[in-house]
Design a binder for this molecule. Structure first.
Ligand code: FPP
Length: 246
């Protein structure tokens, strides 16, 4: 069965990726510090993960912290890191019980040891789950991911484990952080910005995009359901043309 045939049968996106944008503006509009918005955003993550099974979404990938986000103020970066630690600690039990498998993508090298330990533990604790696959991109950048993958590929070529002429699209995919995930069918960005911001560059080659004005802390499961319904009405061609009507 080709990817086109699969899509014709299933209208829900199997893999949804989200650029969660607008936390800062949401907080500013309420006269609050930016971290107030990030905390409200974390609550939405919980709601959106829970909404996935009913919407037919098996894989959810969320952009929590980019390789560029280190340029923000020290207060914001430290606050976000502490929010991630708290999220993992507080949510672990519910995620295990609700059958959510959690994975992290991105470069762990620059993250603090305590956070890395919590991330590893959560991945292990949820390793046998299969109800929903939640992937959290943390210190992630699409170009950085491709550079790290290229380094490992070059090492394997140098050691003779990989032949240069065997490198094809599948090989590159297999060296990425997302190697075992299907490509996203739908990428959503909240807050009205129309940018891809270095998110899943290779993986989103054939994804549909939905840019929505709602700020992330206001992105409820109802808004999510509307976006999914819009996706279901789209005509995905994957570079082919529709067969002519008889
Ligand atoms: C972008 O909004 C959002 C981020 C950089 C952080 C995303 C993080 C969360 C939603 C927090 C919780 C995540 C997890 C996994 C617990 P922005 O700050 O750039 O908003 P702005 O464009 O309005 O300033």
């Amino acid at each position: 069965m080709t990817q086109v045939d699969i899509q014709a049968e299933v209208t829900s996106p199997r893999h949804v990726a989200i650029i969660m944008d607008g936390n800062g503006r949401w907080a500013q509009r309420r006269g609050q510090p930016r971290l107030f918005g990030h905390r409200a955003g974390a609550k939405r993550v919980r709601e959106i993960v829970r909404a996935c099974p009913d919407l037919g979404v098996k894989y959810l990938t969320i952009f929590a912290f980019s390789t560029e986000n280190w340029k923000r103020s020290e207060t914001e970066v430290t606050g976000l890191m502490s929010l991630f630690r708290r999220y993992i600690t507080k949510e672990a039990r519910a995620l295990v019980e609700e059958g959510v498998r959690v994975r992290f993508i991105g470069d762990r090298g620059r993250l603090d040891k305590k956070l890395i330990k919590l991330m590893n533990e959560l991945e292990e604790m949820t390793a046998h789950n299969d109800h929903v696959n939640l992937t959290i991109a943390l210190n992630y950048g699409g170009r950085d991911e491709l550079a790290r993958a290229s380094q490992r590929m070059a090492q394997d070529i140098a050691s003779g484990a990989l032949q240069p002429d065997a490198v094809d699209e599948e090989t590159i995919t297999s060296y990425l952080d997302t190697s075992i995930l299907p490509d996203p069918d739908l990428v959503i960005r909240t807050s009205g910005e129309m940018r891809v911001s270095n998110f899943l560059l290779w993986q989103s080659a054939y994804a549909e995009y939905d840019f929505i004005d709602t700020l992330w802390p206001d992105f409820s499961s109802e808004v999510f359901a509307d976006v999914i319904a819009r996706f279901s009405g789209r005509d995905r061609r994957f570079g082919t043309v529709k067969p002519a009507a008889e």
